[in-house]
Design a protein around this ligand. Structure first.
Ligand SMILES: [Cu+2]
Length: 840
């Protein structure tokens, strides 16, 4: 892979052509259609900070109300609404999306890629996030803001105790915004796996990329339980199903389990990217490679696993068996170990380097102090007796703010100041940024340190006021006053960062003399990042090879010649990072916005109670997605593409490790986690139920209808299997009818199965058993329907000549998804029809 020498005139022509291919279209229309990772990433960051300001404003009202006993700044209901919206905003609309924004903006630059592998999906995710957030806040306009807490515990939030629309706004708005988290998870995992620069094998990946990889997997397994819980609760509220109603076999604790199955990993979903930022900033300012790279990677992975075993520590007070308490208590303490490993590695790196105390480093020191304090109170709370003592007091409020603000916000600001010169091409003001840091640091500690004390003195959390006898009013007044100092500091940082884009001193690229690849892009950053894809030979490529940055503006290397006229990405092997494929990306498009708007109208109709209108939106939505898929990528790519430097590679449609293939694998993991949560719900309810199935549904489980449905699933599998073999063998005359027959059997299943289930449990509202059986069956039916639709789509693609035996990507994707849904439907069948028979 030797670069070719290009003369200056040709180089300039190629750079201009690259710019033409990768730039957004001009004007407002161009902004609405933009899909570039730089644009979308900055949008995520901007929207995240906007939501931070709104959530912070709510916090200021809360603090004013608590400043003195018996204050009447907010009435109790408003107080609950503000507490709910504050928590929800910070968790769902600020902490997670903004880190995804950082990842979307930085990751491709860091791993030497030109864009993320699914640019339209990133744009779509951003619109969903924005609309979801606006949904949540629009509840204030209808005077129907949710007030059940950010954890939305039932029965407080069911139709009996919250008859208004508040919980609906929460459940639907948050789930809508979650689409962004899930799509970003798919996108970021695939980007890290197959679009790294040649030579960046897994031992050379930047630690931020590792952190994002682990985080994205955690999102893939952690968010589905919450999404499922939200869907179940919304179905209970809208249609009277009874998953959480103990009078009819349901269990309110099911909500708590599902919620914290998400909620605890969520803490690490927020913390790990921040830890990744720290691992990038520390070596630069210590001016030496990080110490303990492998240990940090292992710690990240270990944290990812351990964090899923901890959810019950949020439920120590609800009445859990003692053995389980002991296990979750020990696990909660164990998670301190991988975190401590990372902290030691950072400190060791600083110790053995020559630390350079600029503003990003100040925030890192703030992080060390605050996060270690928060970690200590976390270990205290992991002791069950102490947890019982401090439960639902302001001690917990103090702990969680120390962990989350210490663990996330200080690293976030460190990263903001660290990468600001990269994004803006300018330097922030040193004096303003230092002052702002001290305001934040002092304001934060004076706000939350006293809360440990007020909590131990017995001040309950989530209560809108407290009695004078508690004697905590002076401490609360201090907290409130300091809270405003903190707010001023944060606003100062955001204003400073925004002004930097306009008034900052013009810098050269790489002002901190960092060693990682994102600093190799020229300044200002071109839309295509790298004129030719860099080849990496070390963990800190810019320290290893001093000419690398200069070479990235030369078009003599990989993908330097934009002769296809399309957006191209280099695909590499997941472990070795050897070049494997040329990935053709989509450019600007209306479809992400159109699809997000269709979903928004569907959900708006649903909240308003117009269920038929809402269902009617499904048809245009499916059309929108099909049109999107039809116009994706490069439909006539040749079988070999000249990638420059004498390298000829297949396009993604002919490659084994195509991004689309990995995307469907990850999507199946996410969907499988959703399905597993549902099966968990079934068995959880079974464990708590007296009779399962309850009296009155005692028909034989193995009806003819249900057996026929199973037979149809098997027939569909067999046909698709033989169709797949015929397709790869190029025997089209056999493959098309077989595939069509597979689709036909799937459609027959869709007709037969619902009636078989109706025969088993007629009324879903009668009992939790009936409710959960209906959802399991519905889940299988919807999935098989989608799989059939996708298979039909691919058959149409085959007919148009976009897909064939030599370029089988879409066929492989459709077949994998079909088989996955068939297995899933068979498992659902076994749970619904076989399990009651087996357990007698
Ligand atoms: Cu936790």
């Amino acid at each position: 892979m030797n670069p070719v020498v290009i003369d200056a005139k040709e180089n300039a022509r190629r750079l201009a052509e690259l710019d033409r291919i990768w730039c957004n279209e001009p004007g407002l229309v161009g902004q609405l259609r933009a899909v570039n990772h730089g644009t979308v990433g900055l949008r995520f960051i901007a929207a995240g900070f906007a939501f931070l300001l709104v959530g912070g404003l709510l916090a200021m009202f809360i603090r004013l109300q608590l400043a003195w006993f018996d204050a009447e700044v907010l009435d109790p209901q408003r107080f609950n609404q503000f507490v709910t919206l504050h928590g929800t905003t910070m968790m769902f609309l600020f902490a997670v999306p903004i880190m995804e924004g950082f990842a979307m903006y930085l990751l491709p630059k860091m791993i030497g890629a030109r864009d993320l592998p699914f640019p339209r999906m990133s744009a779509f995710g951003w619109w969903c996030y924005l609309f979801g957030g606006l949904f949540l806040y629009s509840s204030l306009l209808f005077d129907a803001a949710p007030d059940g807490g950010w954890f939305m515990y039932v029965p407080l939030t069911d139709a009996t105790f919250s008859p208004g629309k508040g919980p609906d706004f929460w459940l639907i708005g948050v789930t809508f915004a979650e689409i962004a988290a899930v799509t970003a998870a798919v996108e970021l995992i695939v980007a890290v796996l197959v679009t790294r620069a040649p030579g960046m094998d897994i031992r050379r990946m930047p630690l931020f990329a590792w952190a994002i990889l682990v985080t994205a997997f955690m999102i893939a397994f952690g968010f589905p339980p919450l999404i499922l819980a939200s869907i179940l609760l919304e179905i209970q509220r809208a249609f009277g199903f009874v998953f959480f109603d103990p009078a009819l076999g349901g269990d309110p604790l099911l909500w708590q389990h599902l919620f914290w199955l998400f909620g605890h990993p969520e803490v690490y979903i927020i913390f790990l990217p921040a830890a990744g930022v720290v691992s990038m900033v520390v070596p630069t300012f210590a001016r030496r490679p990080i110490i303990g790279y492998t240990w940090i990677v292992l710690a990240l992975v270990a944290t990812g696993f351990l964090s899923f075993g901890l959810w019950v520590h949020h439920m120590f007070a609800v009445g859990i068996p003692l053995l389980a308490l002991a296990f979750f208590s020990a696990a909660s303490m164990a998670v301190a170990i991988p975190t401590a490993i990372q902290v030691f590695a950072w400190i060791a790196t600083l110790w053995s380097g020559r630390p350079w105390l600029r503003v990003p480093m100040l925030h890192i020191f703030g992080f060390f102090v605050v996060f270690v304090l928060g970690g200590l109170t976390g270990v205290m709370l992991a002791f069950v007796p102490f947890d019982w003592q401090a439960h639902d007091t302001h001690f917990v409020v103090a702990h969680l703010h120390y962990v989350l603000i210490g663990g996330m916000m200080f690293p976030l600001f460190a990263g903001l100041y660290y990468w600001l010169p990269l994004a803006s091409g300018r330097m922030p003001s040193e004096s303003t940024s230092r002052t702002a840091f001290w305001l934040v640091f002092i304001g934060f500690n004076l706000t939350f340190l006293p809360m440990h004390l007020t909590g131990l003195l017995g001040m309950p959390r989530r209560a809108y006021t407290y009695p004078e006898e508690l004697g905590v009013q002076w401490l609360n007044l201090l907290s409130t006053a300091a809270g405003f100092v903190l707010a001023v500091g944060i606003i100062a940082i955001l204003v400073d960062a925004a002004l930097c884009f306009v008034h900052g001193r013009r810098g050269r690229g790489n002002p901190w003399r960092a060693g990682t690849l994102e600093w190799a892009v020229p300044c200002p950053v071109p839309n295509y990042n790298f004129a030719s894809i860099p080849v990496v030979g070390a963990r800190y490529p810019l320290w290893h090879d001093r000419n690398l940055a200069a070479r990235t503006v030369d078009t003599g290397g990989l993908l330097g010649d934009p002769r296809s006229g399309r957006r191209e990405l280099l695909g590499t092997g997941p472990v070795s990072a050897k070049p494997e494929q040329v990935v053709f990306l989509s450019s600007s498009s209306w479809w992400p916005l159109v699809c997000a708007m269709l979903i928004a109208s569907m959900l708006a109709f649903f909240i308003a109670g117009y269920y038929l209108l809402s269902a009617a939106c499904l048809l245009p939505l499916a059309g929108g997605f099909l049109a999107w898929m039809w116009t994706t990528g490069h439909r006539h790519a040749p079988l070999r593409v000249d990638a420059g430097s004498g390298l000829s590679l297949p396009p993604q449609s002919a490659s084994r490790n195509a991004p689309g293939w990995w995307a469907v694998v990850i999507t199946m993991l996410i969907d499988g986690s959703l399905f597993a949560s549902l099966v968990f719900a079934y068995f959880y309810l079974w464990l708590g139920a007296g009779a399962w199935p309850p009296a009155g549904t005692g028909d034989p489980r193995l009806t003819w209808g249900s057996l026929a449905a199973l037979a149809l699933l098997a027939a569909c599998w067999a046909c698709s299997h033989f169709a797949g073999r015929a397709f790869l063998g190029g025997r089209r005359a056999r493959h098309v009818p077989l595939a069509a027959f597979a689709i036909a059997t799937a459609c027959a299943y869709l007709l037969v199965y619902p009636s078989a289930v109706t025969g088993l449990v007629a009324v879903p509202q009668a009992h939790a058993y009936a409710s959960v059986v209906w959802i399991l069956a519905g889940f299988a039916v919807v999935h098989v329907a989608i799989a059939a639709l996708i298979c039909g789509f691919v058959l149409a693609r085959v007919a148009c000549g976009h897909v064939d035996g030599a370029r089988p990507l879409e066929w492989r994707v459709a077949l994998a998804f079909l088989r996955y849904t068939l297995v899933q439907a068979a498992i659902a069948w076994a749970v619904v029809h076989l399990f009651p028979v087996v357990q007698g």
